[in-house]
Design a protein around this ligand. Sequence first.
Ligand SMILES: Cc1cc2nc3c(=O)[nH]c(=O)nc-3n(C[C@H](O)[C@H](O)[C@H](O)COP(=O)(O)O)c2cc1C
Length: 400
Amino acid sequence: MTGLQGKKILFGVTGSIAVFKAAAWVHALVKEEALVTVIMTRAATRFVSELTFEALTANPVHVEMFGHAVRTPMAHISLARDADCICIAPATANTIARLANGMADDLLATSVLAASGKPVMVFPAMNCNMYMHPATRDNLQRLRELGYIVVEPDAGALACGDEGPGRLPEWDRAREQLLACLCQQDLAGQQVLITAGPTREVLDPARFLSNRSSGKMGFALARTARRRGAKVVLVTGPVSLEDPPGVEVVHVTSAREMYEEVIQRSSQASIIVKSAAVADFRPAQAELHKVKKRSAPDSLALEANPDILAELGRNRHPGQLLVGFAAESRDHQEEAGRKLREKNLDLVVANDISGENTGFGADTNQVTLVDHQGAHPLPLLSKEQAADRIWDHIVTLVAK
Ligand SMILES: Cc1cc2nc3c(=O)[nH]c(=O)nc-3n(C[C@H](O)[C@H](O)[C@H](O)COP(=O)(O)O)c2cc1C
């Protein structure tokens, strides 16, 4: 289950060369079990036939408002009434102009008017000169004033050979925008600082000490917080994950670098979630040159890294909410409770790293939320779902 499952999306497709990308978006939405109904403009059907979207959605595609080809009587009203949101991708300069002027000259434009009060997302896609033309800029501004969500296109090489803004975004960014438009903005106004991933402690130029953290849980927390309206800074150790769209990402390597970046940003944060698996120790000495097998020492001297969470707990400002993670292979709740009290935290997410489908590297997680009221176990969930449940709990703590 994802935030898109069961959501009714009225998907408007207009006559842009980027129509082929929209087909991939619709495919991705259907895979996440969203209920997609497509309206195409006549121009759009010159690029790709209705059959493509009919096959992808297993639903009739709507194009005409009049005549024999009408699929549903009064479709312009009923399609809009049924939808949770309208997504127009790609949106041509022409359709943007029509919508900005409140025109109702085809099924898509009429349905948008009939959907008054529902979220309408517009993804412009066109040549960069068309996009930068003052008429298009004015029309997009008018759409924003009307309450439409206009998603800036990507910049880069365009199908026409020009280079500049006008490309339909990649699905990952579009998906985040859709999810944001469909979920409650209950973290709006919050400045959230999240840490993720492992740290690496240098032994010599070829070797380091680290741990098995993949960063997936912290990245899921960052994505979901952004979606729910927060301004998010993510400080992450080395991971092989894409930066979440709309999140300020700070890349660090060692525990000491993470310490510097987190402490420096902590005073501006209203909520801090420390999900990184920071190395407790580092080699007492980092060798300048690779240690040869023949001269390897019998033992390795270690020294302690700074305890970032403990320091945040000591210096927290009034109203700041502090959340830690406890990755444990046994006695999760006891350890989490100890950490909660000793480090002056509001919540500890006890993370079971013993199972195959939980903890490090897995796409799912089974966590228990431990606060000063007690323990709240959650079922096995995807990391994104677990992140949402953690934010649900944090929202209740913020409200207290
Ligand atoms: C090959 C080709 C590609 C086009 N690509 C775009 C485009 O990416 N964006 C755009 O705004 N218009 C584009 N157009 C122009 C639109 O198709 C034209 O303005 C049409 O009237 C749009 O109608 P609609 O907004 O009802 O779909 C393209 C036209 C052609 C022939």
